[in-house]
Design a protein around this ligand. Structure first.
Ligand code: HEM
Ligand code: SF4
Ligand code: SF4
Length: 437
């Protein structure tokens, strides 16, 4: 028997998509029955009260969580998002409802052993509810009380060899696409790099030392399956700099209709017979592909590595062998001064262990932004305020045509004093000798 009546939420149990309401109700039932005889450390009816307060928000059209909440574990400055209900008498099960961010494995591959152990821990000390996963990547344990935080942390670290994720003005939990684990387009080992950077910068992740939050994301190629260019201050995106490898026999098989274009991605609709000219050659943004006499040629000097031809004929065209990554900086959501995607900083960098070159760029940026960034100013905004040129200076990167989509059209150009013959120090008296007032 449900603790609260939830007529509005009940409507979300119909329809084909997996219903979060049905799932939460199932957890309510499971905790009520308690078949395993668990000694629940927070109210057994916590998920019932969550549905209750959510139903109330559906009726009122407003949230019932109080502002903020500062909780955590000793040694760390982040990792837990504190939260308190603003109707604690009515919903005591969620009077405290803190969220624990748990660092996820790169690429989100799990063994059931690990997940079972985590679920046992969370059943005992939490609500039994989770988010798999937070947008940044963390495993999110959704709802527990303050006294349980150290208990959960002890068990995570001592029994599961797992750490918390990040929150606050620090390096947040890095994440990556699944990379070489099961993608032929992966130009770099995204998982290894993600794991390495996460370990290298544990201190920056657990103890806030920055003007504001900072995120790493790593895509294995420009397809951007983890959306690094839009969702990370420091975006690493795999690429190559030699030639696309072409298997002409397989090109012929595509042309002959033996292999489905885009690995069958458009099979749900009749788009007609595959036409290489129309769907590949004429779609190439650089116009650098030729298909003549059954032979496909690519002028790689003009290729911008957009992935279109490779995405369309994955069995005939493959990424080059000289691989690395591009580094782009400054992506952020709108607040304060408008949304930004990352801007190209390093066109090509090798991405091999121990990733010293990439770390040098990261640390040069941090050295600068940690000193010059204003309070709660994202890297993207610091770049806007102090200029892209400054970012180039502090990373010791030479300006390059690839740094801009187009050159400036306004003439408000700053020169460094040493670049100008005679410098800035002028006497008006000298000028007046030649020019009367
Ligand atoms: C052959 C004669 C002249 C030439 C070749 C000339 C050329 C120019 C040029 C190239 C500029 C810069 C435009 C820019 O900012 O892109 C300029 C600006 C200007 N010129 Fe002349 N000019 C001439 C005569 C004059 C005269 C006779 C006057 C005034 C009596 C004058 C007043 C100005 C003013 C006020 C500006 C600044 C406009 C602004 O920045 O808003 N010019 N001129
Ligand atoms: S970003 Fe590229 S390498 Fe990574 S999974 Fe997507 S297609 Fe594959
Ligand atoms: S990767 Fe893009 S730019 Fe390069 S040849 Fe293929 S379609 Fe053209």
């Amino acid at each position: 028997m449900a603790k609260h009546k939830t007529p509005l939420l009940d409507q979300l149990e119909s329809g084909p998509w997996p219903s979060f309401v049905s799932d939460i109700k199932q957890e309510c039932d499971s905790r009520a029955k308690n078949a395993k005889g668990v000694d629940y450390q927070i109210p057994a009816d916590c998920p019932d009260d969550l549905l209750g307060v959510l139903e109330m928000s559906y009726v009122d059209g407003e949230t019932h969580w109080k502002h903020g909440g500062i909780v955590g574990v000793f040694g760390y400055g982040g990792g837990v998002i504190g939260r308190y209900c603003d109707q604690p008498q009515m919903f005591p099960g969620v009077a405290h409802f803190h969220t624990v961010r748990v660092n996820q494995p790169s690429g989100l591959y799990y063994k059931t052993d690990f997940l079972r152990q985590l679920c046992d821990l969370w059943e005992l000390r939490g609500s039994g509810l989770t988010n798999m996963h937070g947008s940044t990547g963390d495993i999110v344990l959704l709802g527990t009380t303050t006294p349980q935080l150290e208990e959960i942390f002890f068990e995570l670290t001592h029994n599961m060899n797992n750490d918390l994720g990040g929150s606050g003005s620090n390096l947040r939990t890095p994440s990556c696409c699944l990379g070489q684990s099961r993608c032929e387009f992966a130009c770099i080992d995204t998982q290894q790099l993600c794991y390495d950077l996460t370990n290298t910068y544990q201190d920056e992740l657990h103890r806030p030392a920055f003007p504001y939050k900072f995120k790493f994301k790593i895509d294995g190629c420009p397809n951007g399956c983890v959306a690094a260019i839009a969702r990370s201050d420091f975006s690493i995106i795999g690429t190559w700099r030699d030639e696309i490898r072409i298997d002409q026999k397989v090109v012929a098989a595509y042309a002959g209709g033996e292999i489905k274009p885009n690995a069958g991605a458009h099979a749900g609709r009749d788009w007609g017979k595959f036409d290489i000219q129309k769907e590949v050659v004429e779609r190439c943004p650089s116009g650098c592909i030729r298909y003549e006499g059954g032979k496909l040629e690519i002028n790689n000097k003009e290729c911008v590595r957009c992935m279109h031809c490779i995405n369309t004929m994955p069995r005939a065209l493959r990424i080059g062998n000289d691989r690395g990554a591009s580094i782009l900086c400054g992506a952020k959501a709108p607040i304060l001064d408008g949304p930004q995607m990352s801007s190209l900083l390093v066109p090509f960098i090798k991405a091999e262990e121990p990733y010293s070159e990439i770390k040098e760029v990261i640390e040069n940026i941090w050295d600068w932004w940690m000193e010059e960034g204003k309070n709660r100013e994202r890297l993207g905004e610091t770049m806007k305020r102090l200029s892209f040129q400054k970012l180039l200076d502090v990373t010791n990167i030479k300006a390059d045509a690839r740094h801009v989509r187009e050159p400036r059209h306004n003439p408000y150009i700053f020169w460094k004093e040493e670049e100008v013959t005679g410098g800035w120090k002028r006497e008006i008296a000298d000028y007046r000798k030649k020019h009367q007032k």
